[in-house]
Design a protein. Sequence first.
Lengths: 240, 237
Amino acid sequence: MKGLGNVIAIELKLAMRDPMSAFFALAFPAVILWVKMRNGGTLPSGLPVIDAVVPMLSVFVIGLASLVILPATLAQYRERRVLKRLRATPASSSMIFGAQWVAHMLLAVLGAVLLAVIGLAVYDMGGPVDPAGLVLAWILGALSLGAIGLLIGAVVPSGRAASVIGLAIFFPMVFVSGAMSARETLPETMRSVGDLTPMAPAVQAVRAAWEGQPASPLTLVVMAAIFIVAGGIAVKAFRW
Amino acid sequence: MTVIEINDLQKSYRAHKALEGVTLTVERGEIFGILGPNGAGKTTVVECASGLRKPDGGTLRVLGMDPQKQRRALLQRIGAQLQEAALPDAIKVEEALRMYSSFYDKPADWQALMKEWGLTEKRRARFAGLSGGWKQRLFIALALVGNPEVVFLDELTTGLDPSARRMTWGLIRDMRDRGVTVVLVTHFMDEAAALCDRIAVIDQGRVVHQGSPGDLLSQGSSGSLDDAYFALIERTV
């Protein structure tokens, strides 16, 4: 649709104008990066910590944009009857979903690029070894987590409720899936629980591409499947 | 020429019957008022006509189209400002117009529209910072941005101060003078008398009067339109 670019650009501006969204997507991950890098050094495998922290925090940013900010935006639009006004136009729900998803993923890209710039400028970051694989893993991660965020945003009646639900899903997930602390440093039980979360395949695929290891087809398939299932339910369940 | 034809329209919300057989017609180029007390079913009529609600029974044609079956095509040709509908707080006036114009196949020139409706000085103002009168002005411009043939305005002036209300009346007349058919839902008899070519009074899901405001006046005994209106409503309570 010809207007899609227009809507995306405006929605991205609106997200940037919201102090909470801008803080969560841009400043908050940078602060975590700084905290994580105070000791620096290498992981037991010999990998410099920065080359684990930047890719995993880039998934953290996708998660924040997808699971916390995106559903809150959509649910607030419902609560404030912004969607009601849109419903009286030819704009379709899939167009609204698409525009919201792209705008929030662009917000996440800004957050991730900021992390990479800090990593390069301050911490002597080495990666990514496989940029194409990284982009693929990142997009699949954004599609799968974004679809879950759209599903929350499709049905929750208020912005506040969506924030609470989003944060309740996001925070436990980042801790156990290895988006907050490197997977290899997590206790075995925590990691096995974390591997069941939809964020784990994104963390694994992004880190594998970062280090130049071959992508596990299973993680990519799992992400695509989550996207199709959660996205399909979101479109069906959407309430204006 | 008839642009809206509603025949025996029925709609229930669970046990509550909102519309019990509404019949009315709206002609091209007129300002048509829908009046009635709270809960009478005014908004339901407009929401059915703009394809937002599915009627339980009766027939409904807007610009010759079925609002349910041809919803997408119809939405290209109508504009609507629905009750309590809003915009995101942080959106600017020009962004809202640009975004809404992009939804339509043959939109109006939104920049020209912004100028014509006197919004240029507020183009960079955020929606949340606009006063009630400016918000209505923007809503009217947004209702027109798709170059519609019919515009539905649901309680556009509720909550406005008297001067903003009067200004909005001027805007609605301007709209009609450009050939747009306006369907105006209102609580206020004075508003209907000032603006509408014809009105329908709805009470408890039925049309209790249809005609010009003058017709209604001639039915009353005191010569006051308000009295005639309330006599009509009370008779049916």
